[in-house]
Write a protein that binds this ligand. Structure first.
Ligand code: ATP
Ligand code: MG
Length: 424
């Protein structure tokens, strides 16, 4: 046998047995965002490398070491998108979306990061994101947070997640804070780990984000960004908290929440869970008022979030929450020459009469016994039985496969259709 070609490490196949979680998540998000008036946008998977360097920032984990970057045949540097915001902003500028009414956008799709694969962390993963342009008030920040909270309720995972909130202030106030933090940390260089020493020069705020327990105390005692907030950012943050309070949404203010990307300002938030071990963030976002100009557009305030579908799917699976109902209603068993000749035609008749019917038609022959085994395995509710006897009488056998669904019976085809209509 020829040697198998394997998938790339950290890039997963999502199999039919698990796809129902994805369908429920994607279907719920699509419906929810539609109800809030968000329009879907689909961007290319590959963009010019410069787009990510300029938006995410040169000294971030993503740009420093996680991007899939290559030169194409024309020697142009291209990158598989590591996140959706940069491409969405590019598309919004390029297509003139910022000047008309299309201000609330959402997208979904595959993202690529060269990270160490582990549970909840992959090299190809999938995000659903929402971005809103042209609104600078805390009301829209609140809308994004409230709609994500509603999503957790609709997915039945709301009891497992908590909201963390912080404000990064304006870029000016962050410069002042950065100096304070740098001098605090520089005086304690001996307590910094290798990663943090590197970041001390390039991106000291990211040190606050460190998960290294040995640095927890150092970080807890560091000067707080919230104490340096400029008045406008402070007001914005207070008003956001007021709306969330009034809506009865609980949150925790986490002064160490800084997010890994450069483009954020003012509001940042994360939805976190204890249910997933180390990879506890299921959704993260914030305001990025400077990014549109940074990418060549007119000054436009913006705010958004992105969530990871893999982590949501694992959460649902591990807590026993069902995805979208995905089992067939019926499995058509057909034994005997005439039954096999008619089976496909009768199945089509059933589908004509019952457009919503999820019906698997057995193909490939075999005994009643082996076909019933397959019917059972399919998790169908009913086995529909066609033997030569049934064909002679113009009837169809109906055998319930789950407890509580009554006795086996034989019905004329029209009566069988009526019966199934009541069941599905
Ligand atoms: P983390 O701190 O977990 O690395 P991040 O800050 O890099 O997250 P974002 O860029 O904000 O993550 O992406 C938003 C969401 O996308 C995350 O909360 C997570 O659910 C998901 N996500 C990010 N990176 C990965 C990955 N490599 N594999 C699976 N999901 C991911
Ligand atoms: Mg990351």
């Amino acid at each position: 046998m020829a040697q198998q070609v394997k998938a790339i490490r950290g890039m997963n196949d999502i199999l039919p047995e698990n796809i129902h979680y994805w369908h429920r998540i994607e279907g719920t998000v699509r419906s929810l965002l539609g109800r809030y008036g968000y329009g879907e946008i689909r961007m290319p998977v590959i963009e010019k490398t410069e787009l990510f360097k300029r938006s995410i920032g040169e000294v971030t984990d993503i740009v420093e070491k996680e991007m899939y970057t290559f030169n194409d045949r024309n020697d142009e540097s291209l990158t598989m998108r590591p996140e959706g915001t940069a491409g969405c902003v590019r598309a919004a500028i390029e297509n003139g979306l910022l000047h008309n009414q299309t201000h609330r956008l959402w997208y979904q799709g595959a993202m690529f990061r060269y990270e160490r694969p582990q549970k909840g962390r992959y090299r190809q993963f999938h995000q659903i994101g929402a971005e809103v342009f042209g609104m600078d008030g805390p009301d829209i920040d609140a809308e994004l947070i409230l709609l994500s909270a509603r999503l957790w309720r609709e997915l039945e995972i709301d009891s497992m997640v908590t909201l963390q909130l912080n404000s990064l202030g304006s870029s000016e106030s962050r410069v002042i804070y950065r100096d304070k933090l740098t001098s605090y940390l520089s005086e304690r260089k001996d307590q910094l780990d290798e990663d943090s020493l590197r970041r001390l020069e390039s991106n000291p705020l990211r040190i606050l984000d460190s998960k290294n327990p040995a640095m927890a105390e150092l970080i807890a005692n560091a000067p707080k960004l919230t104490e340096e907030l400029d008045d406008e950012s402070k007001q914005h943050f207070d008003e956001l908290c007021r709306i969330l309070d009034a809506a009865g949404l609980k949150y925790e203010i986490n002064p160490c929440l800084v997010r890994g990307l450069d483009y954020y300002s003012k509001t940042v938030f994360e939805w976190v869970t204890d249910a997933l071990g180390a990879q506890g963030t299921i959704c993260a976002g914030g305001r990025y008022d400077g990014l549109v100009t940074q990418l060549g557009g007119k000054e436009t305030p913006a705010v958004g979030f992105a969530m990871g579908i893999e982590r949501l799917a694992v959460m649902m699976q591990e807590s026993g929450i069902e995805g979208k109902d995905h089992y067939p209603d019926a499995y058509l068993v057909q034994v005997g020459e005439r039954a096999m000749q008619q089976g496909m035609i009768i199945a089509e008749k059933l589908r004509d009469a019952l457009p919503g019917l999820r019906l698997i038609t057995h193909c490939g022959g075999g005994s009643f016994k082996s076909q019933f085994k397959k019917a059972d395995k399919s998790h169908a509710r009913f086995a529909l039985i066609l033997g030569d006897d049934e064909i002679d009488k113009g009837e169809i056998g109906i055998k319930p496969l789950r407890a509580g669904d009554g006795e086996q019976k034989m019905l004329p085809i029209n009566a069988a259709i009526e019966f199934l209509q009541q069941q599905i």
